[in-house]
Design a binder for this molecule. Structure first.
Ligand SMILES: [Zn+2]
Length: 262
């Protein structure tokens, strides 16, 4: 399937497309196997909610199958708070640096998602976890646990680290949504400066999803407010797509620094 996307991109005139088809938060060996059998180029097996030894056993099983099919595996150690699709947990538990060598060695995983204070969704922190900016009245979230990240880097020099739940919940998009009939009080994310700092470390992949949902919803709400007579998705999805594209271009260039890099 990934190969098909590459061929199609070539047909469209892209000379050397680099395309990955990745399963996010696979929760069973069967699901990962299904994806591998159907041409995914990488899978994530998320055993982070399991007891440590069970997480290792499940991840190892996926790695053995995946590597035999030339597919890479992202694993997860430590628990993120928040809700994303089927993934949810009340509280986060930071990854324990003293476990990462044992985990990476015994599972053979290719990259490791860790928990250092990011979380899924548009409400990453409760107001009582934050301070409030006296000027804007907006919540200021607690900083990421860079000490944990650096301790992990020291244990596994050069090993690819992944951050999930890393949307910044842009307040201009939240304000647009709220100004056009939405209701997202106190939605707050990870400040982009902290992601910029993390992306200079062993962190090689930062997952950002809620921000695109916000960008799309903000554009659609604004459009409907300004064009109440319109009902054709081809009309209102155009500014929605454009707003998402603008957001992702900004992330790639200004936040992740990953433009023109392989
Ligand atoms: Zn995730």
């Amino acid at each position: 399937m990934a190969q098909g996307a590459v061929e199609y991109a070539k047909e469209l005139g892209c000379a050397n497309p680099q395309i990955v088809l990745h399963l996010d938060h696979g929760d069973s060996f069967e699901l990962c196997k299904d994806c591998i059998d159907n041409g995914f180029s990488s899978v994530m097996i998320d055993g982070s909610a399991l007891p440590y030894e069970d997480n290792i056993a499940l991840t190892k099983k996926v790695v053995e199958y995946a590597h035999a099919h030339d597919v890479t595996v992202e694993a997860e150690l430590g628990v993120l708070a928040g809700v994303e699709d089927e993934v949810q947990a009340e509280e986060s538990h930071y990854t324990k640096p003293e476990e990462v060598i044992d985990f990476a060695t015994r599972t053979g995983c290719d990259s490791l998602a860790i928990s250092i204070g990011t979380s899924h969704g548009a409400y990453k922190f409760k107001p009582e976890q934050c301070t409030r900016d006296p000027k804007t009245g907006k919540l200021v979230p607690p900083p990421l646990a860079f000490d944990v990240l650096h301790a992990i880097e020291e244990k596994l020099p050069g090993f690819p680290i992944v951050l999930h739940g890393s949307s910044s919940v842009p307040q201009d998009e939240v304000d647009t949504i709220n100004a056009h009939g939405g209701k997202l009080p106190d939605a707050v994310g990870i400040p982009e400066e902290q992601l910029r700092e993390a992306s200079k470390s062993a962190v090689c992949k930062i997952n950002i999803d809620s921000d695109s949902r916000l960008a799309m919803t903000a554009a659609i709400r604004k459009y409907f407010d300004e064009h109440p007579e319109h009902f054709d998705p081809r009309q209102y999805l155009k500014p929605a797509r454009e707003n998402m594209q603008k957001m992702y271009e900004h992330k790639i260039v200004d936040v992740l620094g990953s433009n023109n890099k392989l």
